[in-house]
Design a protein around this ligand. Structure first.
Ligand code: PEP
Ligand code: MN
Length: 278
């Protein structure tokens, strides 16, 4: 740890809080408590049918938060960029119908106000982890925010990104480990499992894991989900899609609904073994 920067981790540091932060959102959901919070959904919102199918799966699984991007941060400008605000309105309609809360990525300061009524958690994507202007604006709200670790950032830099939101007045920050870039090319990223207990040592903020973007491969997602839970993750964010082969974004890492339901059964005893619920 670079000591000089560690000194800047004031509000996010464990010494600043007497106990772990519990971030509450509607629907009786709390991040950072005994219960591990599961979130799942498509990488990108594509259609009403796609969302209905996924919402039904989540309700069956007892999952209360649906994920899905309507503003997509794609590496290529020619890839599908998302359905935008209209997509979010459809997303919100289906989520409400199924009593689900929404987590979705905000890419641009200019969209914040328009998105506010339709989502429950703002996701700051890994590529925007150091978009300080965006972090400051989100910091002026009270809406919960999930900050994804940038693929090339240290844990310290992730905590300093959280510090931007906290120091502007928003205490509702959740951190996310989603893999970092290493020399390995067989996986999309390398999941940094040790980030979970380390962040718990130095911060009071909840830390969740995204095993889908961390690996880029659906076959690796179940094992990494189990490992993340065993390592103490406060939540899991998983890509699922009714027809991954036809997905407009990140199909290779999406579980089918049936595979997700099976995984939900397998992770329960792991959570119980470490004194958590799921
Ligand atoms: C996503 O969750 O859809 C996403 C783009 O993730 P990340 O920012 O971690 O790449
Ligand atoms: Mn994605």
């Amino acid at each position: 740890m670079r000591k000089n920067l560690l000194a800047h981790i004031r509000l996010a540091g464990s010494s600043n809080a007497k106990k772990k932060s519990i971030i509450k959102i509607g629907n009786n959901i709390a991040f950072g408590g005994k219960k591990i919070v599961m979130m799942a959904g498509p990488c990108a919102v594509e259609s009403e049918d796609q969302l209905e199918n996924i919402a039904e799966t989540l309700v069956t699984a007892g999952v209360k938060i649906i994920r899905g991007g309507v503003f997509k941060a794609r590496t290529s400008p020619y890839s599908f960029q998302g359905l935008g605000l209209n997509g979010l309105k459809i997303f919100s309609k289906i989520a409400k119908k199924n009593n689900l809360s929404i987590i979705t990525e905000v890419l641009d300061i200019r969209d914040i106000e328009k998105m506010l009524p339709y989502c429950d958690i703002f996701q700051i994507g890994s590529r925007n982890m150091q978009n300080f202007a965006l972090l400051r604006e989100i910091g002026k709200l009270k809406k919960a925010v999930l900050i994804k670790r940038n693929m090339s950032s240290t844990i310290q830099e992730l905590l300093l990104a959280a510090e931007y939101v906290l120091s502007n007045g928003n205490p509702n920050v959740i951190l996310c480990e989603r893999g970092i870039r290493t020399f390995e090319t067989e996986t999309k990223n390398t999941l940094s499992l040790s980030a979970i207990p380390l962040i718990k040592e130095i911060s009071h903020l909840p830390i969740i894991v995204d095993p889908s973007h961390a690996t880029g491969k659906k076959t690796l997602v179940p094992a990494m989900t189990k490992a993340a839970i065993a390592a103490g993750a406060d939540g899991i964010l998983i890509d699922i899609h009714p027809n991954p082969k036809k997905a407009l974004c990140d199909g290779s890492q999406a579980l089918k609904p049936g595979e997700f339901l099976q995984l939900m059964q397998k992770i329960k005893p792991i959570a119980w073994a470490i004194g958590r619920d799921i």
